[in-house]
Design a protein around this ligand. Structure first.
Ligand code: GUN
Length: 291
């Protein structure tokens, strides 16, 4: 069997086009402020892409790049300023932050109504009790990708591999909301391969290159691979990106699978833009479109 390849790039493009369309109708320009502290190379690439795609969707982008030695108090002051700025509807502070800055303190300082990452404890709590909130972008992307295969996730046996605050836990909450039967597995789970092999829907988010092998996949299962791992390529000196799932092998068993790159990755920014639109709709007192 050869799995359907779930095209995250195409779905992300559709979402971005819809955000652009809805933003035009809103009567105000949704604005997203991206804050980057320091010079982490991966973070620089992420923020550059976020800014570029924000502008391409016709949204306002405010980029704040601060030096690595920025005192925590200065970053908190900037967040306060962005909270009070009516042209800024969404605020994201790129993680990780330098060691001398407490990320929890910074996240808690962001106005929950502008917290487009969905990391503020208020939004985490609202998600947990099933109330409308700003939902973390990568988890939301995983659900939208799974729904391209299954019109409903109700009653599916879902296994989430990974328990991070950014992906594993919120994916599990969203799946519960969708009435799936959810197991959260992680590095300490016994018989991890057997647990995963029970899944109709497997979401792999552990950050371990190609950990998930062919025999971990139930025949016909849907596999969403959140991993982005850089490993040595076949050409000496070259690297390549791989997911948490051994794609070539697992795609012979799965029913549908996301590739890396081109699966979950592009969905994160698309969902970030959708969250910015949602926050702008709230600010305008209008109902937010659902994605
Ligand atoms: N670093 C890695 N992923 C993310 C994300 O989704 N949001 C932010 N703010 N930082 C990150």
């Amino acid at each position: 069997m050869s799995a359907e390849i779930i095209d995250g790039k195409a779905l992300a493009e559709t979402i971005r086009a819809r955000v652009a369309d809805e933003a035009k109708k809103l009567g105000l320009k949704p604005g997203l402020a991206a804050v980057l502290v320091g010079d982490n190379p991966a973070s620089q690439v992420y923020v550059r892409n976020k800014v570029k795609q924000t502008e391409e969707a016709g949204l306002l982008s405010f980029e704040h790049r601060l030096p690595d030695a920025t005192p925590e108090a200065d970053l908190l002051k900037l967040v306060e300023k962005l909270n009070a700025d009516p042209s800024v509807h969404g605020i994201l502070v790129q993680l990780p932050l330098p060691d001398h800055i407490d990320p929890d303190l910074v996240i808690r300082a962001i106005d929950p109504m502008k917290d487009v990452d969905g990391f503020h404890p208020l939004n985490v709590g609202r998600l947990g009790i099933g109330q409308d909130s700003l939902v973390p972008c990568t988890p939301q992307g995983c659900i939208l990708l799974a729904k391209t295969v299954h019109t409903s996730l109700e009653g599916l046996d879902a296994v989430v591999l990974g328990r991070s605050n950014i992906v594993g836990k919120p994916v599990a909450q969203l799946l519960i909301q969708e009435s799936a039967t959810v197991t959260v597995a992680h590095s300490k789970t016994r018989d991890l391969d057997e647990v995963c092999a029970r899944a109709d829907l497997l979401v792999a988010a552990v950050g371990r290159a190609e950990l998930v092998k062919r025999h971990w996949i139930k025949p016909g299962a849907t596999v969403i691979d959140v991993g982005i791992n850089r490993v040595a390529g076949s050409v000496p000196g070259k690297t390549k990106l791989v997911g948490d799932v051994a794609f070539a092998d697992c795609s012979e068993v799965a029913g549908a699978i996301t590739p890396v790159p081109g699966g979950v990755g592009p969905m994160t920014i698309a969902c970030l833009l959708a969250n910015t639109l949602k926050a702008a709709c709230w600010a305008a007192g209008k109902p937010a479109p659902r994605f």
